[in-house]
Design a protein around this ligand. Structure first.
Ligand code: SF4
Length: 357
């Protein structure tokens, strides 16, 4: 759970991003921000799925005006995403956001940048600089010819310098690209160049299926290098799916403190139960559990318990029944019809034990 590269700690609401803190899962709403009820409903679903920081688009005054009410009704830090318009940034800050995403180099006149930085300082909120390979500054593109990792780092430094000149250091930076290799290189170079926390993302990664694979390949590589302090999986899908994918990724790298893991066999000719449906049902159920339990679901009893010796709890199919086992030892036999329900009860008991600790 410890991020390996040293970064500055930056407060985002009640969370501290960077330093030796865990990596936080972020997502972004897809509702119209001015539709407060719809936005809050979506944020509640995201919170339930494990989202720890949420960003809303703030494209106009109606959106900025909705910030105080949204903030009042949610429980996780709120980020306002602003492009260019410093007045919207000021309004969002006044409305109580916990972070703003705006590139200071795009705000315009110095007085405007100063006004935003002053407001952010007064409220103690950070600014996220969002470098995107698809929208690098013209002078950088002219210098490098096309988007490169060096160009992206130069762009980040350009925006960072503007904030540092105003003695502002509560900065988080993202280096997004839809090209996976470019994003990996850009994040690596950024991690070596400055010590501000990094928000990870592979932008415009695609649909639920292809985007999950692309994000897993890109973000997984970056995470494996110990880089990253917050993370968003960007998918053309319900944002709840982004959070689910992010949770899985963090689990894989041992970066999640409270997420259960499901082990399920690929099935083969020895299969005795409808394993695929069972595995999907158990996986769905585990989304509601906030404890680091390892659950195993196996198609047969031949290799079952042995294959899942590391699991806290599991089930292995046998003819017309299932073997419920714990830590590789069979506890009892259960009829096939009630097998999943019995497993869920055992999962609940284990989760309760964890919550009480
Ligand atoms: Fe085959 Fe049984 Fe192994 Fe599943 S647990 S892959 S059904 S041998």
């Amino acid at each position: 759970m410890i991020h390996r590269s040293k970064t500055r700690p930056v407060k985002v609401g009640n969370l501290t991003v960077g330093g030796s803190n865990e990596l936080f899962i972020q997502s972004m709403t897809t509702t119209k921000t001015h539709d407060v009820d719809a936005t809050v409903r979506q944020i509640e679903r995201l919170e339930e799925a494990g989202c720890q920081i949420v960003r809303v688009a703030c494209p106009d005054e109606r959106a900025a005006n909705a910030i105080p009410e949204i903030k009042k009704r949610i429980h996780i830090p709120l980020v306002a995403d602003i492009h260019f318009d410093y007045r919207l940034a000021l309004k969002a800050i006044e409305g109580g956001v916990d972070k703003i995403r705006i590139n200071p180099g795009n705000i315009g006149k110095r007085e405007r940048v100063e006004a935003v930085v002053k407001a952010a300082k007064e409220r103690g909120i950070p600014i996220r600089i969002g470098v995107n390979a698809g929208s690098l500054e013209r002078h950088i593109l002219q210098k490098y010819g096309y988007p490169t990792a060096d160009g992206m780092v130069e762009s980040a430094l350009h925006h960072i310098q503007i904030l540092e000149d105003l003695d502002f250091h509560d900065i988080i930076v993202s280096m997004k690209a839809s090209d996976v290799n470019l994003a990996i290189e850009a994040y690596e170079k950024a991690a070596k160049t400055f010590d501000y926390p990094l928000h990870l993302g592979i932008t415009e990664s695609g649909t639920l299926f292809s985007g999950t694979i692309k994000s897993a390949a890109g973000l997984g590589t970056i995470l494996s290098k110990g880089i990253g302090n917050t993370l968003r999986v960007s998918l053309s899908a319900d944002p709840v799916e982004e959070v689910k994918v992010a949770r899985e990724l963090l689990k894989i790298f041992g970066l999640s403190s409270n997420a259960p893991t499901l082990v399920s066999c690929p099935t083969c000719g020895r299969i005795e139960i409808d394993l695929i449906s069972i595995a999907n049902e158990v996986e769905e159920y585990l989304q509601t559990i906030k404890a680091p339990i390892k659950v195993s679901v196996l198609g047969c009893a031949v290799n079952g318990p042995g294959e899942a010796r590391e699991a806290d709890i599991g089930i292995a199919g046998a003819r017309g029944e299932g073997l419920l086992f714990r830590k590789g030892k069979v506890m009892r036999k259960v009829p096939e019809e009630t097998m999943v329900e019995e497993l869920k009860k055992e999962i609940d008991l284990l989760a309760e034990e964890y919550y009480k600790k």
